[in-house]
Design a protein around this ligand. Structure first.
Ligand code: ADP
Length: 195
């Protein structure tokens, strides 16, 4: 199968959308769609902990011991352990309750806080999964627009070391949703500068 890639430039940074397995990415950091307890779980969380090894969980436990459970929309950083990525940024997306419980703001915050943490750690590249659209039930068409919108806004509005943001989508349906969300934002001319 031909590998599909969508790529655009925002300020000095590249935004790339691919279909694949985030645990195989060699960006400086990969983002984990974690839960507040940071204890690992199913989906992408389980896959990242399996590939990263016990040292990732150990650092997560230390963080929770220090600062308590991670609130929805916030992010923390640990080593990448055995992963190619040097770091894992753990963030908690919202559980979908129908859309009136602040879900879009919380989802946008999860992306924004992850990027902020990457910048604070002087990272160049970061990979995101589709946060909240698995077990947490956020509809993919809505989540993809929030995700792409949030990342583009962050890249446009802040001076950051992050020059490469990759969305690594596991299945073709999710890949298509993110690709068309990007097209929509490009079409409406919202945030992408003509380059
Ligand atoms: P959440 O609890 O935030 O909904 P999930 O892990 O259940 O998180 O799902 C989030 C997304 O991650 C889903 O689209 C799922 O298909 C995807 N996913 C699962 N494993 C991987 C992986 N190894 N790489 C990239 N994405 C993955």
């Amino acid at each position: 199968m031909k590998k599909q890639v969508v790529e655009v430039k925002i300020n000095q940074a590249k935004l790339i959308i691919i279909q694949g397995d985030i645990t195989k990415q060699d960006t400086d950091a990969i983002v984990n769609a974690a839960n507040s307890g940071l204890m690992g779980g199913g989906g992408v969380d389980g896959a990242i902990h399996r590939a990263g090894g016990p040292v990732v969980l150990e650092e997560c436990k230390q963080i929770v011991a220090r600062q308590g459970r991670l609130p929805t929309g916030k992010a923390v950083i640990t080593t990448g352990g055995n992963l190619k990525a040097r770091y894992v940024i753990h963030t908690v997306g919202p559980i979908w309750h129908g859309g009136n419980k602040g879900e879009p703001e919380l989802l946008a915050s999860a992306y924004r806080e992850s990027l902020k943490l990457a910048g604070e750690n002087h990272l160049y590249s970061i990979s995101f999964p589709s946060i909240s659209t698995g077990t947490y039930g956020y509809p993919i068409d809505k989540a993809s627009e929030v995700a792409i919108g949030s990342v583009i806004t962050s890249l446009r509005e802040s001076i950051t070391s992050v020059k490469e943001v990759v969305f690594v989508l596991f299945d073709s349906q999710t890949f298509r949703a993110y690709s068309s969300a990007l097209e929509k934002i490009v079409e409406t001319g919202d945030r992408i500068p003509a380059e």
